[in-house]
Every structure is written in C-alpha cells, then in structure tokens.
Design a protein around this ligand. Structure first.
Ligand code: NAG
Length: 152
C-alpha cells in the first residue's frame, strides 16, 4: 500500500513537472512568450523559415525587459557569436521594421551601428563582441545563429 502511494505521488510530481512550462520543448519561457535559441547557423531567410516551421517567428524585441532577457540568456546559456532577430531595413534603407511591417520603437544598437557596412547590411542581429550582444546590422546572407519567438 505504501509502495502504491509513493508510486502515485511520484507520478503526480512527474506529470506536474511535465506540464509546468506552457512552451514547446526546447523553448525558454519569459513573460508572455517562448524563445528558442538555435545551436546551428543559417542565413536570415533560412532562419525565418525554421522559426515558421516551428509555429514561431524570428524574435521581436520590443522593450528593455525583453532585450535584457534575450541578451542575458544569450550571454549565460547560448553563447553564440551572433543571433538573428526578426527585423530588416530591406524596403527602405534606414527604416527598420519587425517582420517587414511593425515599426521599431525600441532599439539598443551598438555604438556606430547600424552602419550599413558596404551598403549591404539589412538584417538585424545581436553580436557577442559588441558589449555582450548589443544590436548590429548584418549582411542577410551571413550564416549566424538565431532566436525564434512564439507568443503564449
Ligand atoms: C542597452 O543595453 C545596455 C546594456 O545592457 C543597457 O544598459 C541600456 O539601458 C540599454 N539601452 C536601452 C535603450 O534600453
């Protein structure tokens, strides 16, 4: 009897633990979103497709709180050199939009960025060597890591 009770208790604990995160497996929860930090490299278009395949989109960082979380997690856990976020200035040079449509009201560019280096940098990434992942414009064809976000 005691064994059965113990077993039942264990099952309860295990199942409670399994449902404690509302995020898909491998995603990290923060506030009202789930985030996935890639371990592989992809150019911007490939990265966007990966995120879409998993029912998410390249991360939209729209507040200091979200910026602190994303950059902090990258610094403590992911540690890749760069990560794509979901903004570009592909339509109008210098006008950065999230997912090609939403105005960028919050930003945290590294000093002297975005610089449109060589006239060819139209995709947003965060860069480890820029004061621990401050923002940078990168050539969209570069292979870098990326962060997907799925709202809860
Ligand atoms: C950008 O990031 C730095 C370092 O984390 C932080 O001190 C600063 O407040 C951020 N800038 C904005 C505009 O939030």
């Amino acid at each position: 009897m005691r064994l059965i009770t113990t077993y039942m208790l264990l099952c309860t604990l295990v199942s409670v633990d399994a449902v404690s995160s509302p995020c898909p497996l491998g995603f990290v929860e923060h506030k009202k979103s789930c985030y996935w930090f890639s371990k592989t490299l992809a150019n911007f278009a490939e990265a966007r497709s990966y995120c879409q395949y998993f029912g998410s989109h390249l991360a939209k960082v729209t507040s200091k709180d979200e910026d602190d979380f994303v950059r902090g997690h990258a610094a403590r856990h992911g540690k890749a050199a760069n990560y794509w976020l979901g903004a570009t200035d592909l339509n109008v040079e210098g006008t950065w939009l999230w997912e090609g449509q939403q105005a960028m009201d919050y930003s945290n560019w590294s000093r002297s960025q975005p610089d449109n280096g060589g006239g060819a940098e139209h995709c947003l990434d965060i860069k480890q060597i820029y004061e621990s992942y401050l923002w940078n414009d990168e050539n969209c064809n570069t292979g870098v890591n990326f962060i997907c976000e799925k709202e809860l």
